[in-house]
Design a protein around this ligand. Structure first.
Ligand code: CDP
Length: 227
């Protein structure tokens, strides 16, 4: 039986899932899938195409001739064009949660996510990975932090990307997205029953990483014991 693990990391906006997932993928030489970037890519194209973010039918028509690829270097390609930076812009952040409520859009992206995860050891981060996308994942981490800590980190991240935003704008956007994401009918953001809660409010990146490694090593031991 394969010793490769499937690792699911869920949590609210800007909780550091991406940073953690990327480091873990590098450490274990696993595939990393940032599922949020897929919802962002769909949102970006929806806006560019002048389609109303609430119009599921039109978005599905658009998706019928759209390709989204996550490369091994973690860049997001939309119809073969690198949109990794464009999908972080404020306009996308402000609209993505409205696009992500549509069940058929989710179905399409979840298929793609499962497809990639089935290729071997993998780390996926998002909102519904441990609950819906990969309920049988070997390790489930629910990464959270206070909204202030998250907003502070995202604001710094935005600055380094050249995205102009105020702390208040960022904080309000995170809070609004969390609300929409956790109250939607399909695949809402919530901690899976068997997920381990990791609160990084007072932790540095290396501390968060060390805590996650410990959780994963334990899961690896348990998996070996049960084989
Ligand atoms: O990086 P950040 O935490 O700001 O968000 P993200 O992971 O890029 O996700 C952007 C948005 O996509 C979320 O606010 C959700 O609305 C949606 N999303 C989702 O519904 N399900 C996922 N598995 C991942 C993201």
């Amino acid at each position: 039986m394969s010793k490769e693990l499937i690792i699911a990391i869920d949590g609210p906006a800007a909780s550091g899932k991406g940073t953690l997932a990327k480091e873990l993928a590098e450490y274990f030489q696993y595939i990393y899938v940032d599922t949020g970037s897929m919802y962002r890519a769909v949102t970006y194209k929806t806006i560019q195409s002048g389609i109303d973010v609430n119009d599921e039918e039109k978005i599905m028509e658009m998706l019928a001739h759209t390709t989204i690829t996550i490369t091994p270097e973690h860049t997001t390609l939309l119809d073969q064009v690198d949109v990794s930076e464009a999908i972080r812009e404020n306009q996308v952040s402000e609209n993505v949660s409205y696009v992500a409520v549509h069940p058929r859009v989710r179905e399409k992206l979840v298929d793609l996510q499962r497809d990639i995860a089935s290729q071997g050891g993998s780390v996926l981060d998002g909102r519904d990975i441990g609950t819906v996308v990969l309920p049988n994942a070997d390790v489930k981490i629910y990464l959270t932090a206070s909204v202030e800590a998250r907003a502070m980190r995202r604001q710094l991240d935005n600055e380094s990307r050249g995205i102009t935003s105020t702390f208040e704008q960022v904080r309000d956007n995170l809070a609004l997205r969390d609300k929409i994401d956790s109250t939607r009918e399909v695949a809402p953001l919530k901690q899976a029953d068997d997920a381990i809660l990791l609160d990084s409010t007072t932790l540095t990146i290396p501390q968060t990483y060390a805590a996650a490694i410990e959780i994963i090593e334990q899961a690896r031991k348990n998996k070996k014991l049960s084989e």
